[in-house]
Design a protein around this ligand. Structure first.
Ligand code: ADP
Length: 427
């Protein structure tokens, strides 16, 4: 059995950077837990503390229920795979994989057996005699994983292991990693900044922002019911539409959500209306995913928004229309630069661009995220909303056409000005 637990773990670097801020989480035996968040949010630091490569400033780390802060890395039964893995260029694949066994004195016979088993599981059994320079990028990454797996670790830590690979290979290896770790039943923590990767691979996802754990749950839970505006904005493609709304309560009738030129009504019978009604006269953020919007005729009664198509994107299997509905969108700044499909370049270049564009404010997170999001220009900005709507592959409408969409009100999310979910008690 292998479990990991963090209790109120904080890491402050000597220069005062708060990399991890009172994070508590438990990884169950055999679970595949993904740590997700933008570059610099503290994911690697969490992993490195579990591995014993860094010490927490405060808090407790338990492996299998036992505190391990006094244990050196080699005694933690942990294997770690990094993005920038290094293989020994002068050694064959077999020797690279078997190296940790050789170090711990495993005899050549059993060593070859275990190398063969691991290489078979990873689909690199045919290339055991080759040198790393004679392998493809994907094969090299498999060798690196093989080397980590061969000691049969209780816990597998992976830090962006796929981000240097091209997208086709990444998708292939994603599936391989998840099926392999599940087959082996090994407890895994996997770090990524790629929300699609997190949602497809994880048993549960932990989403971090500026050192703080924002949400934790199965991919379905965090997608369907994000705990914060940040999580709502981060997950899904296209991103959730986040609209600023003014709240007006008409007691016993409805809560009106005014988006500037148009209004939607939350009936009083909706169990969330009481929670939203507390914000009478204030601004909140209303989140609507594209899948909660259905094109309808303009005369359709009920919760309908009317707009004009600003532009269309063709994605082959579907089209996305971006509608001007006269509303204001809230854009979470850390996420704005990482819109799926609009990321700059790939691989190393992307990483570099992300590093360079990392907001300076990120180095000094506010404890507990107590700052109002709607009034903090370092964390969000407003812009005219372009409501993303899913359409058929080659729709009859195009740029400039009017389009009306019905809003599925029970799929709408509400966040307060601090970015916290409003209808917390409601399910
Ligand atoms: P992530 O893995 O999410 O990209 P990291 O855990 O690497 O984030 O970094 C979290 C924060 O800690 C960042 O602000 C980063 O610049 C800072 N940091 C990371 N390593 C060090 C270090 N050795 N010394 C000082 N600051 C560091």
């Amino acid at each position: 059995m292998s479990t990991v637990a963090l209790k109120d773990v904080t890491k402050v670097w000597p220069d005062g950077t708060m990399a991890v801020d009172r994070v508590s989480l438990e990884v169950r035996d055999g679970e595949f837990m993904v740590l997700l968040g933008p570059s610099g949010c503290g994911k690697s630091t969490v992993l490195r503390m579990i591995a014993g490569l860094e010490d927490p400033t405060q808090g407790e780390i338990l492996l299998n229920g036992e505190p391990v802060l006094d244990l050196p890395p080699r005694d933690r039964s942990i294997a770690m795979v990094f993005q920038d893995f290094a293989l020994y260029p002068h050694m064959s694949v077999a020797d690279n994989i078997g190296f940790p066994l050789k170090l711990s004195g495993v005899e050549p016979g059993p060593r070859q057996e275990r190398i063969g088993a691991v290489a078979g599981a990873l689909g690199i059994g045919e290339v055991l005699g080759r040198r790393p320079s004679q392998l493809s990028g994907g094969q090299r990454q498999r060798v690196a994983m093989g080397r980590a797996m061969v000691r049969r670790p209780g816990i597998f830590l992976m830090d962006e292991p796929l981000s240097n690979l091209d997208s086709g290979l990444r998708a292939e290896l994603r599936a391989e990693i998840t099926s392999m770790t599940r087959e082996l039943g090994v407890t895994t923590m996997y770090v990524t900044h790629d929300q699609a990767e997190a949602l497809t691979m994880a048993d549960r996802v932990a989403i971090m922002r500026r050192g703080i754990l924002q949400d934790l749950g199965t991919p379905t839970e965090v997608y369907r019911r994000p705990a914060t505006l940040y999580v709502a904005a981060f997950l899904g493609s296209p991103r959730m539409n986040l609209l600023e709304a003014q709240v007006y309560v008409h007691l016993d009738r409805y809560v009106a959500l005014n988006f500037g030129e148009q209004t939607l009504y939350l009936p009083w019978s909706d169990p969330r209306s009481r929670a939203v009604a507390r914000y009478h006269g204030e601004r909140i953020v209303v989140g609507v995913r594209a899948e909660a919007l259905t094109p309808v005729t303009p005369e359709t009664p009920g919760a309908v928004l009317h707009g004009r198509i600003r532009y269309l994107e063709h994605h082959g299997h579907e089209s996305l229309a971006y509608l001007d509905v006269g509303a204001t969108a809230i854009v979470v700044d850390e996420i704005a630069g990482a819109t799926p499909g609009r990321q700059p370049g790939s691989g190393a270049l992307k990483k570099l661009v992300q590093r360079l564009s990392r907001p300076a404010a990120e180095a000094a997170p506010e404890p507990g995220g107590q700052v109002s999001l709607l009034n903090d220009p370092g964390r969000h900005h407003r812009k005219p909303a372009e409501l993303s709507v899913r359409l058929a592959p080659y729709p009859a409408v195009s740029h400039g056409h009017p389009l009306s969409v019905a809003v599925q009100m029970d799929s709408v999310h509400f966040f307060d000005e601090r970015g916290d979910r409003i209808d917390v008690g409601w399910r």
